[in-house]
Design a protein around this ligand. Structure first.
Ligand code: HAM
Length: 419
């Protein structure tokens, strides 16, 4: 077949084994999130572009370089969502969710879009599983969100997790610190890379995240030394809660995250990958975001993990996902048999016995080879003769023994055998 088209660069079809990993993560995550009182949310994949530029921050890489923004035929300036938090806060304000009992707790498993240079673990369409608690916040909520994500990753079988954590203080602390940092960076400007020279003016905190300006960072002032006593006390509490829950963490005073809406606690989850460590996800508090989007100052906190990166790690660690295996295969030989088999398939499904078939295939050899590959316990064969007599041949796939049963009793009999 001629391959005239391919999926867009950095965007992938998810099927087969990759799909099974996605489903496993979705299942563990949504079960865990529901246990902790989170409810699911789906929001549109596009928003008014301002939701992101105001929320995530005009001078972040996500907005400046990576956003898929365009004008619709109707003239609206929209953008494909690069992340989930800003859109969910937009929904919180739009639907007056602040009038309901607080906090509102949402979970999501969804695709996002960033125009990045595609490489292993970095795509232009990628998936995240995330949590947002809006309307009530504070250290205990921060710790609980970290705990849910930690428990999800552990239940998926990921062991060597590292959590790096920092506090950026509330908006006022952050603004004050930015002044101190700017002063320091001006002094050191000749040693900064070209990107950081630009960042220094508009978003000095991002310099602390730069992989090239290590030397300048080493003697830079640290945020935690400049936050107010209340913010310091809050941060101490988060750490105490994590210790209570026996969740290991490392303090990283340079951790600032790539989105501007964060206040106070911020953190990132890492795990050892094939080429150095892999950033699995991150989050933090964002008490100022609702106000940036036209609402009122609202306590909020959340986190999101990358699905593809979680899959990558599971595969590297040799973690397999088991799909429910069919126990029965139904094989047919003739048109009348097909009709009987279709009905029989429904009876097994209703009896909740995992069943499989290959009705589009006519050769018995082909069907038996499929049943063998699936490693089913029994294959049920209906040929022309059996179809006419309402009987079915039951083949025990391990011993090779066969018996003939009436179609009326076969489900009941198989149930007994499987016990
Ligand atoms: P983020 O750190 O930008 O945070 O993204 C979270 C995770 O999404 C990353 O650690 C990574 O695993 C995955 N990710 C991001 N970009 C890509 C990409 N291009 N390809 C593959 N995976 C990627 C946020 O998005 C925040 N909204 C998290 C949050 C929720 N904060 C509060 N609530």
């Amino acid at each position: 077949m001629s391959k005239s088209f391919q999926s867009p660069s950095g965007m992938h079809d998810v099927f087969g084994e990759q799909y099974d990993y996605f489903e496993k993560i979705r299942e563990v995550f949504s079960r865990m999130a529901t246990t902790y009182g989170f409810e699911g949310i789906e929001i549109p994949i596009m928003e008014n572009a301002k939701v992101f530029s105001r929320g995530v921050g005009e001078h972040t890489d996500i907005i400046e370089k990576e956003m898929y923004a365009f004008k619709t035929k109707g003239g609206d300036q929209v953008a494909l969502r690069p992340e989930g938090t800003a859109g969910i806060v937009r929904a919180y304000i739009e639907h007056n969710l602040y009038t309901k009992s607080q906090p509102i707790k949402f979970f999501y498993f969804a695709p996002f879009f960033r125009y990045e240079r595609p490489q292993a673990g970095r795509y232009r369409q990628f998936w995240q599983f995330g949590l947002e608690t809006i309307g009530k916040g504070g250290p205990v909520v921060d710790a609980q969100i970290i705990a849910v994500m930690y428990n999800v990753l552990r239940e998926l079988g990921i062991k060597d997790l590292m959590i790096e954590i920092n506090s950026m203080g509330e908006s006022k602390c952050r603004e004050d610190f930015e002044k101190v940092l700017k002063k320091y960076l001006r002094k050191e400007s000749s040693s900064l890379c070209a990107d950081c020279k630009r960042r220094m003016k508009k978003n000095p905190l991002r310099v602390l995240d730069c992989k090239r300006c290590i030397k300048v960072k080493e003697s830079a002032p640290q945020i935690v030394d400049h936050i107010c006593p209340k913010c310091r006390e809050d941060f101490k509490k988060v750490l105490e809660y994590l210790e209570e829950l026996k969740i290991p963490y490392d303090l990283n005073s340079f951790l600032v995250r790539g989105l501007d809406y964060y206040t106070n606690t911020v953190y990132e989850f890492f795990a050892p990958g094939e080429e150095g460590r892999l950033a699995l996800g991150g989050g933090g508090r964002y008490d100022g975001l609702a106000k940036l989007l036209g609402g009122e100052e609202t306590p909020a906190t959340g986190a999101a993990m990358g699905v593809e990166r979680t899959v990558l790690l599971m595969k590297n660690d040799g973690i397999k996902v088991e799909k429910e295996k069919p126990k029965i295969f139904i094989a047919q030989l003739s048109d009348l048999a097909k009709r009987k088999c279709l009905k029989l398939f429904e009876e097994f499904r209703e009896a909740k016995i995992p069943v499989s078939e290959s009705f589009g295939q006519d050769s018995l050899k082909g069907q038996m080879s499929k049943a063998n590959k699936m490693k089913v316990d029994y294959t049920l064969i209906i040929g022309e003769e059996e179809a006419a007599e309402d009987r079915v041949i039951v083949r025990d796939m391990e011993s090779g023994q066969q018996e003939s049963l009436s179609t009326k009793e076969v489900v009941k009999e198989i149930k007994k055998k499987l016990k």
